[in-house]
Design a protein. Structure first.
Length: 332
């Protein structure tokens, strides 16, 4: 059987870096084929997310996968950067070298989404761990995209009354570009009204991803297991993420949403989900960026989302991170 083609759209980002390393490990183990990495402006600007993705791919020993620059900002509003979360360049305390061997694919992120989906119709597993800004632009170029992608997994939003991490009701990836996230909701709603067999995107919000906690003890174990430059830089980056979480009252630890979500995308049978319909609030003074779920069918629309509510893994999210950890340790 051919390994599943996987596209990662990310905004590295410290936990994005763990997702990149995890997916490279899965690729090298022959379990997936990482067909490309799209970089979107996120907590830091596009130039930094691209440079960071290239550097983390180098450190992870990735084969020459295409890396594409996607959207440089949000659709409707000036982009908000948050250097306090991932560091001024998006890599915390890591010192990343400029790649000497990789080039940026000239197509651009939105076109790469379209090309990858057309090249693998009904097969591509797509993972978004940053704002949906590039995906929204890809949907403008190819409205048939939802029918071409086999599975879309998004780290975004917060559900079931779980509080936001950016406003009381919003999660950062959605909050920074709500119009883009809502475009994703609308695109899959339209596609599923025409073909109910299409898989609805898996939305992994803070209600679940905040349970994926990387501790300093896990970083120590990573360094003990692997004295590689990758392990050293990842743990340096994570140290900044611990400090950030500590500064906002979460304790000296890090919620590592993105590698956790990458694992969920590769193990859909292990995710507990509920079918739902979601829209993103784009105008409310106090609610902009909120992912608003219609659990009672008030809107009378075709379902456009599967909400991740848990994992079918004994040991829960901690055991999932054990698997992510083992994959990263396998990279020498
Ligand atoms: C999301 O926001 C970013 O800071 C993280 O990388 C993650 O993708 C969590 O809200
Ligand atoms: Ca991210």
């Amino acid at each position: 059987m051919r390994p599943t083609p996987v596209l990662l759209d990310c905004d590295p980002g410290i936990d994005d870096a763990l997702a990149i390393a995890y997916l490279v490990a899965e690729h090298l183990a022959g379990r997936i084929r990482l067909v490309g990495v799209v970089c979107t402006a996120g907590n830091v600007g596009l130039a930094d997310t691209v440079a960071n993705a290239l550097a983390w791919l180098d450190l992870a020993g990735a084969p020459p996968v295409p890396v594409c620059a996607g959207a440089a900002g949000a659709i409707a509003v000036p982009h908000v950067f948050t250097p306090e979360t991932h560091g001024p360049r998006g890599a915390g305390h890591a010192v990343l070298e400029t790649t000497t061997t990789r080039c940026v694919d000239p197509r651009g992120g939105a076109q790469f989404w379209v090309d990858a989906a057309r090249a693998h119709p009904g097969e591509l597993v797509a993972i978004v761990t940053g704002p949906s800004s590039t995906l929204a632009r890809a949907l403008e170029r190819e409205p048939a995209l939802p029918g071409l992608v086999a599975d879309l997994t998004v780290m975004g939003g917060t559900f079931r009354g779980h509080p936001g991490n950016t406003t009381p009701v919003s999660e950062w990836n959605v909050d920074v570009d709500p119009e883009a996230a809502d475009a994703v909701c609308l695109a899959w709603e339209a596609a599923r009204s025409a073909d109910a067999e299409l898989a609805a995107p898996l939305w992994c919000g803070l209600n679940l991803t905040e349970r994926a906690v990387w501790t300093p003890e896990r970083s120590q174990r990573l360094l003990a297991a692997s004295d590689s430059p990758l392990a050293r830089q990842l743990t340096a980056a994570l140290r900044f993420y611990f400090e950030f979480h500590d500064s906002v009252g979460e304790g000296y630890l890090a919620q590592v949403h993105d590698p956790f979500v990458a694992w969920l995308a590769l193990h859909p049978e292990m995710v507990i989900t509920e079918d739902s319909h979601i829209r993103v609030e784009c105008s409310g003074e106090h609610t902009r960026g909120m992912t608003v779920e219609d659990r009672r069918g008030h809107r009378g629309r075709a379902g456009n989302a599967r909400i991740a509510t848990g994992v079918r893994v004994s040991g829960g999210p901690e055991a999932v991170l054990d698997e992510v950890f083992a994959a990263i340790v396998s990279l020498r």
